[in-house]
Design a protein around this ligand. Sequence first.
Ligand SMILES: O=C(CO)[C@@H](O)[C@H](O)COP(=O)(O)O
Length: 671
Amino acid sequence: MVPLASRSNEDGRRMVVRMVVVDGMWLSRTTGDATERTDEGWRGESSSAWTVGVSVGITVQAAEVAACGDDALRVNSGGAGPVSAEWMVPKSLWLKRNEPEVYAAAHFICEYQDYMNFHLTGRMCASINNVSVRWHYSAERGGYPASLLDKLGLGALLHKWPKEVLPLGARVGGLTEAAARHLGLPTGLPVAQGGADAFIGMIGLGVLQPGELALLTGSSHLHLGVSREAMHGKGMFGSYADCLLPGTHVVEGGQTSTGSVISWYKRMLGEEVTYDILNAEAEAVPPGCEGLAALDHFQGNRTPHTDAASRGALVGLTLKHTRGHIFRALIEAVCFGTALILDTMRSAGYNPKAIVIAGGATRSPLWLQVHADVCGLPLRRTRVADACSLGSAILAAVCAGSFADVSTAVQSMVHVSEVVEPNPRMTVTYAAPYLAYKNLYPALSPLFHASNNPAAASTLIAPSILAGDFSNLEGEATRMAEAGAEWLHVDICDGQFCGNLTIGAPVVKSLRSKTRLFLDCHLAVMHPESQVQQFAQAGADQLTFHPEAAKDSEALAVAIRTAGMKVGVALQPGSPTSVALPLLQKGLVDTVNVMAVEPGFGGQPFQEHVLEKVRELRDLFPSINIQVDGGVNPNRTAKLAKDAGANILIAGTSIFGSEDPKRVVSALKQA
Ligand SMILES: O=C(CO)[C@@H](O)[C@H](O)COP(=O)(O)O
C-alpha cells in the first residue's frame, strides 16, 4: 500500500484525494477509497468529481498571478499580462484558496491529458507542450517556475505536479490490461505523448522551421510561429521554449472572433444567401470597400490589445454601400487583425517568412487571397485539412517507430497542395485601409468601456467618506444614499504616499455588506499593485491608483479590470495629464480622478489650475468619467468643475458637514 494524503468524509469514511485535474476550462477532482498502487497504476475507481467554471472566480487568481511580477511571466505579453484563467498556476491558486483541504490532500495536480495517460498506462507524466505553454515551465531556466510558485505561496506544487516531462511523440507507456480491455485494443499498445490541439496542428501543417507560422482558422484565428531564439514582447504570448521540438520556441497570437463574424453576417441575411453569392458580391467591391472599415472584435480582442471589453464596429457607412461591401469589410478586418498580430510579433523580433493555413478560411479563395495580400506573405495549404488530427497521427507514427523523429515523419506525411502568392501591388493598395483599421481600436475603445457605464453622461455625486463619522460608517453610507448620492468615495491612504493613514480593504468589505452605493476606492498608497486582490475580494467597484506609485501602470490597469473592477487613475494637483495619457489612449481607464487638493486630508482649498487638465482630458476623451476631487462645494467650485467637463464630483466637507446633505447633493448636481 502506498500511503496517500487523506481526510474524512462527513459520514466519517476516509476520503483520499488522488489527484486534481486541470482540464481546458475547468478543474475537477477525483477521489477514491482504494489507495493501492499496482503495476497497472492506481487501483480503485473515481468516486466523485466537481467542476469549477473559470468565470466563477479564477479570474481573480489569474490577475493575482499576473501582478506578482515574476520573471516567468515574460511569456504573458512580455510580463504585461494578462495570465489566462485557463492556465495551470491560477487554477492551482484558486484551489489552494477555495478548497485548501483538497489542495493539501491532493497527491497529483495535473492536466486532463496527464490523467488520461495515467489511466491508459499507469505512468504519471506531463507533456512538454502543455507545461511550457500553460504552466510557465522553461527547461532552459530550470524547469518548473519555482520562484513564481514561491511568490504565490504555491511551492508545494513542485511535489504535486508530475515529476517527468516528456517530449511530443515520446512513448508514455503501453496500454494496461484494464485499459486495453475497456478500449478493445491490445495490451501493451504504445501510447504517445501529445499536447494542446493547435500546437499539434502545427505538426500536421509541417510548421517546424524557424520563420514558419501556422494560421489555424475556424470561429477564431490562432497564429503560432516557430522561432530559433526566445523572444517576448507586449501584445503577444510566448515564446514557449521546446514546446514543439527541442531547441525551438513558439510565439502565439490570436483573434477571438473571425469565422464566427463571417457566419454571423451570413446568418443575418437568411438561408437563401449562400457564401458563393456573398463571395461573388465581395469580389466586385474594390479593396478598402470604398471607405467602409470594420473592426473584428465582436467578442473582444485576444492580441495585441488583450481587451475583453472591445467590440466589433462598421465605420464609414454611406448609402452607396451594399451587403457585398459589408461582407468584404468583415473579411478585410479579420485579415488586418492578422497583419497587426504579425506586425506586433515583428516588433518583438519575430519575422515570419511564410504562413501555412488550415481551417474554414481556406474554403474561400477570396479570403485566402486577401490574407496573403494584406500580410504580404505566401500562404501554403496542405493536403490534409484537419491539421490537428494529422499532427496526432504523426506523433503516433514516431512513437510506433515508423519514423526516427517528428521532422522525418513530417517530410513523409505532410504535403503542400497549393501556394497562394501575395500580389505586391495589392499589398500597397491595402496599406491605407490597414492604417484606418489600426486607428479604429484606439478611437473606439473609450466608447466600449464607457458603454459599461450608462451614467457617464449625467453628474454623479461621490461623497468622500473621509469627512464622515468613522465610528458609524454604515449610518453614514445610508445617509449618503438617502441624500441621493450614487457613489461613495473611499480614500485609502497609507501614511507614505500621502501624510494620512486611513482605512484598508477590510473596512471596505464591511461597508460593502451595508451599502449598495458604488464603492469608488482611491488608493493614495505606494505599491498599489499589491492591493488589487484584496479590494476585488472586498467588493470594491472601482479601484483608482496614482501612476507615479505603480510599478507598471498598464499591467496594474489590466489586473484591476481582469479582477472585475473599473479602473481609475488619479492625478495629484501637480501631476500633468501625460502621466495618464498612455493608459487612456489604450482604453485601459474608465475614470480619471483630477485632484483639486493634495491627497490625504479633507477641508483643503480648491486649486483652480487643475481645471485646465479637466478641459484637456474632456476634449480628448468625450466618453470617459472625469472626477474632480476635493474642495468641491455648491457655491462655486462644483460649477467650475462641471463647466470644465467633469461628470463626477467628489465632495467630503461640504456634504458631510451639512445638516442637510440631501440639499447639498441636489445643489451639486444642479450647479
Ligand atoms: O482625496 C481626498 C483627500 O485625499 C478628497 O476626497 C477629500 O477627502 C475631499 O474632501 P473635501 O475636500 O471635500 O473635504
